[in-house]
Write a new protein. Structure first.
Length: 262
């Protein structure tokens, strides 16, 4: 029987039961991908992160309940939080090597973690028939795309009022759907839907901010931004646009630690 440590962290929040929960599993060596996928499905959280020590750095992978994905912010923040607070990591910066997103770094200052991620500016795209109707809300201002469809609305209330039909959304050729608008008490707000990978609404989505930060930095003419993801659990981010990179900072809280037996 193999025993694997497991931690669960609420990321992009300073309060338990807020932000986005992620499971973190430190490994001595990689398990087969189907085994990691089964663990992620059993955890049934938006993301389960697996990592191994590699020299002075770490290798990192992320799984939703249904598939491995190319980039995840909140589970990266959660992994860094566990390394710093539970696993005695003593440097002020962690380097994570990933399969498709290159090297990601996380630094810590007091209780704030800062992620250095690639920017993904959304671009003009063809809008598929039925997308606006599937989101079930006001007419958007514009629709763009990078990895995900990126839908911009006029007001925060427009974003909050959306009631998507997830059965229809999962039929579109897209991992996810970012919806966003100017914020009432922040520079911008957002929500994120990804039913195609088993996450109807993600509470707080770091990878979506790879799109959101360059878009709002250009639109508002400022490099430093304050953001809320207005899901039921809510999340808060402090952001900065750095050209082809973005910085996003947030807090995290440990919820549990235990062991998996397989």
């Amino acid at each position: 029987m193999l025993t694997i440590p497991i931690f669960q962290v609420d990321a992009f929040t300073d309060k338990l039961f807020g932000g986005n929960p992620a499971a973190i599993c430190p490994l001595k060596e990689w398990l087969p991908a189907p085994e990691m996928q089964k663990i992620a499905a059993e955890n049934n959280l938006a993301e389960t992160a697996f990592f191994i020590h590699q020299g002075h750095d770490f290798e990192l992978r992320w799984f939703t309940p249904e598939s491995e994905i190319d980039l995840c912010g909140h589970a990266t923040l959660a992994t860094a939080h566990i390394l710093f607070t539970q696993l005695n990591y003593t440097s002020d910066k962690i380097h994570f090597h990933t399969l498709k997103a290159g090297t990601l770094t996380v630094s810590k200052e007091n209780d704030l973690y800062t992620l250095d991620f690639p920017a993904r500016l959304p671009l003009v795209c063809d809008v598929p028939a039925g997308l606006v109707e599937a989101l079930d809300g006001p007419k958007p201002v514009e629709i763009l795309r990078s990895r995900d469809y990126f839908i911009v609305y006029e007001t925060e209330e427009d974003v909050r009022s959306l009631k998507p039909d997830f059965n229809i959304l999962k039929q579109f050729d897209s991992l996810g759907f970012v919806v966003t608008a100017p914020g009432t008490n922040s520079d911008f707000v957002s929500r994120f839907f990804a039913p195609a990978v088993g996450i109807n609404e993600d509470p707080v989505t770091g990878s979506a901010h790879c799109n959101l930060i360059p878009y709002w930095a250009a639109r508002l003419g400022k490099e430093k931004l304050h953001a809320y993801q207005v899901s039921d659990r809510c999340g808060e981010l402090w952001c900065e646009s750095k050209g082809d990179r973005v910085l996003m900072s947030g807090k995290a809280v440990t919820y549990l630690k235990g062991e998996i037996f397989i």
